[in-house]
Design a protein around this ligand. Sequence first.
Ligand SMILES: Nc1ncnc2c1ncn2[C@@H]1O[C@H](COP(=O)(O)OP(=O)(O)OP(=O)(O)O)[C@@H](O)[C@H]1O
Ligand SMILES: [Mg+2]
Length: 356
Amino acid sequence: MNKATYTKEVPEDRVQLLEVIVRESLKGPLKVMIVGGTDSGKTTLLTFLANELLKDGIRVAVVDSDVGQKSILPPATVSLGIPDGPFSSLSEVKPLAHYFIGTTTPAEYAGETAVGVKRLVDIGMKHADVVLIDTTGFVTGIGAEMKRLKAELVKPDLTVLMGKEGELDGLAARLYPYTSVVSLSVSEQARIHSREERREIRRRKWEEYFKGSGIVEVDLRKLAPTGTAMFQGRPLSDDEVGIFSEVFGWVVFAGWKGEGYVVVKADRGDFRIPKRSSLHAVDFEKLSNLLVGFIGPSGLCLGVGILKWLRFGDMRAEVLTPLDEGILENAVELRFGRIRVLETGEELGLLRREEL
Ligand SMILES: Nc1ncnc2c1ncn2[C@@H]1O[C@H](COP(=O)(O)OP(=O)(O)OP(=O)(O)O)[C@@H](O)[C@H]1O
Ligand SMILES: [Mg+2]
């Protein structure tokens, strides 16, 4: 299941990079971000560096921000792990903290991803001499902008770019103002994984995370529902609900009036809302099996769950999660994600940010 494992058979430039990191870490805690396209060998490099540093008695923290192909569970979050000794795969490293992103494709969540990485790097710096940051393979277009945002916020002492000759020059130019950049070759051993292989890797990770989960009932008057336009403003009156049902031909489950109207509905007709309308309609079916995050008082994520049922009448949600009572009692928010997934790991679909 793990693509990247510890190997000492790495190109010579990795050994030189290690020497630089060891030397620089003697001057104070060091932040190193690893960036490159998909399957360029980022996680393999991180695993090599972490193990070699640990062997030298240097304390290491890992921030895994590859939301689509996480090594440290759960998926769809950014996670901080502190390895207490050598490891063969990053997935063995126990997590210390998470930040909820809520989707496996972070393009619309660049802000959350950058903030999550920054917060976890700050925590990692208190525990380690070197913080290693793994990132998604999304390095062109918006992906490049996301890397810039991360670099601007986190200010890594060093960013390692892994790409073929000239491939990441444009990205390097964006990063230079905020971090030192070194370029590494792509290992000849690096192997491309197909979409199907990636999906299967993700499937197994979801399945592993949700193994042994149970349903918990969440009182949304105690845990604030966030990450969505729903639940803001005053609830609609019965008359208003009646008007929406009649005019649009919807079954209306709930609605709120703030600056505009937000309505949760199921379609009976095929009425389309004009763009730029102040009415925001949420499809009830998109809420089933939606990924949600349990958020603690400091804004960090305690773990994730799958929304199985939402009862607007008494503001209760049924959520499947592996988290136990002791952890859940620290939650103050239930944050809505943008991927629908089953506990078997089957992904049912991604939602656009604006859909909820
Ligand atoms: N130095 C190496 N020696 C042997 N295999 C390698 C090496 N570098 C990469 N690989 C192999 O290439 C594949 C991709 O590597 P890896 O998973 O580290 O890339 P990545 O950039 O982290 O990918 P992703 O974008 O999916 O996160 C893996 O199967 C890995 O085992
Ligand atoms: Mg990786």
